[in-house]
Design a protein around this ligand. Structure first.
Ligand code: ZN
Ligand code: ZN
Length: 438
């Protein structure tokens, strides 16, 4: 049997309603805030990611799926979405019609990370990007949107972490001081950190090796080196969040694993799955658009990890733990969002003539917007009632030879056991009327 590639997975029909509900909750919220959807290819020229994410990042050095195509062009399965959205923004001169563009996209990303529980090499993200706004209000608003989305999805135990990485004015000073600090700690640093240190000292700050983390715990912070512009920007972000009631923690270790960030970076963390982990993260990238060949344009965005988010929401829905009223309301709200896959009606045809009619009625009801299922196997009433039960159908419509002859099909509510009679000449219309009435 051929199976999925290691680190890849199927998302099965029993799980997709949850994913669809999360996605539609996000897109509705984003659209309220003026975002429009963009769909981008899953493959790009390797150069796009190498230049934007940074040559010395883990992603580019170790994790990308890169290969030559049949003509020898170097291609890469996208490891993240921002680079592609920026490329599209530049390629289509999107800033020409309106200097402010707010875009979102949902889809799979690919990174060849070490497989571990809950981590996939094809993983899904919801991304949002804003171009053309310098103001710190948009930084705060993106964090507010994430906070609101997770609230709507019923997540609790959330923590927004924020930091500022400074700009091209103030970062060189910081890098110099960090480098001096790193020189003293050389003995304790891993090979990766030593190699990257001179080229890109900031990368050592997100090294996951425990010894490095320990050595870097007192590393200098960008926050002590911000220029007055970056300082004011960060203060406004913080005061706006406070005024809007969004809880946050200033986290000087938050540098994110990509080179293109400047000024505000943020992550939303949750302890819902045990150890604290990030469900979303992002930041400002004012230099990236020019770096990729566009005009100088402000940019900021975030990515939400859908795999983990779906796991958390599923756990919340299935939990039997004692819940407070608030948790119960959000759970009920979310269940409402998830549209059910169960049919409204299951038609039980008994006999060849009935099967043909059942097929006709099923098609007409489906077109009319009433979810209807039937069965062509010719099995017995008993076994088809079982199947209707398994599918969780709300009604069954029984069409045996006798019912057809008597011109009285039986429509039975599976919950209340109430029965109605439907004639064979225009059952679709009658069923519609009955369903709308009850
Ligand atoms: Zn600065
Ligand atoms: Zn290290």
């Amino acid at each position: 049997m051929i199976q999925t590639i290691r680190g890849f997975r199927d998302i099965l029909p029993e799980d997709t309603p949850l994913w669809q509900a999360i996605e539609s909750c996000a897109s509705k919220l984003f659209e309220n805030f003026g975002f429009k959807e963009i769909r981008i290819p899953i493959m790009e020229k390797t150069e796009l990611f190498a230049r934007s994410i940074g040559e010395t990042t883990d992603i580019v050095e170790k994790e990308m799926y890169t290969f030559p195509d049949r003509k020898g062009d170097k291609l890469t399965l996208r490891p993240e979405a921002t680079a592609s959205v920026v490329r599209a923004f530049i390629q289509h001169s999107m800033g020409a019609s309106d200097s402010v563009q707010k875009l979102y996209t949902i889809g799979p990303m690919f990174r060849r990370e070490r497989p571990q529980k809950g981590r996939y090499r094809q993983f899904y993200q919801i991304n949002a990007e804003v171009f053309g706004i310098a103001s710190p209000y948009i930084d705060a608003q993106l964090i507010l949107i994430l906070n609101e989305l997770f609230k709507r999805l019923g997540l609790s135990e959330l923590e927004a972490h924020i930091n500022s990485l400074g700009c091209k004015e103030c970062r060189p000073n910081f890098q110099k001081e960090l480098l001096t600090f790193l020189q003293d700690k050389k003995e304790q640093l891993c090979e990766n950190c030593l190699r990257r240190m001179d080229k890109n000292p900031l990368r050592t700050l997100d090294c996951k090796v425990p010894d490095c983390r320990e050595a870097l715990k007192d590393a200098p912070s960008t926050l002590n080196h911000l220029c007055s512009g970056c300082q004011d920007h960060f203060e406004t972000v913080k005061s706006v969040l406070t005024e809007q009631g969004v809880d946050f923690i200033v986290d000087k270790t938050l540098v994110r694993g990509l080179d293109y960030y400047s000024k505000t970076t943020f992550e939303i963390l949750t302890t819902a799955l045990g150890a604290q982990s990030a469900v979303a993260g992002g930041g400002r990238y004012d230099a990236l658009i020019k770096e990729l060949g566009g005009d100088e344009t402000y940019g900021i965005g975030f990515a939400i990890g859908l795999d983990r988010l779906a796991e958390i929401v599923a756990q919340m829905i299935n939990s039997n733990a004692q819940e407070d009223a608030k948790a119960q309301t959000s759970k009920a709200h979310f269940l409402e969002l998830m549209h059910s896959n169960s049919p409204d009606i299951f038609i039980i045809p008994l006999g060849d003539k009935a099967i043909r009619l059942a097929y006709m009625w099923t098609s007409a009801l489906n077109i009319a917007g009433i979810k209807t299922e039937t069965d062509y196997s010719g099995r017995s009433l008993k076994s088809l009632m079982k199947r209707a039960d398994k599918l969780n159908a709300q009604y069954v419509l029984i069409a045996g030879d006798k019912e057809i002859e008597d011109n009285a099909l039986v429509l039975r509510n599976m919950g209340t056991k109430e029965q109605y009679f439907v004639t064979t000449d225009n059952p679709v219309e009658q069923v519609e009327t009955l369903l709308n009435r009850v």
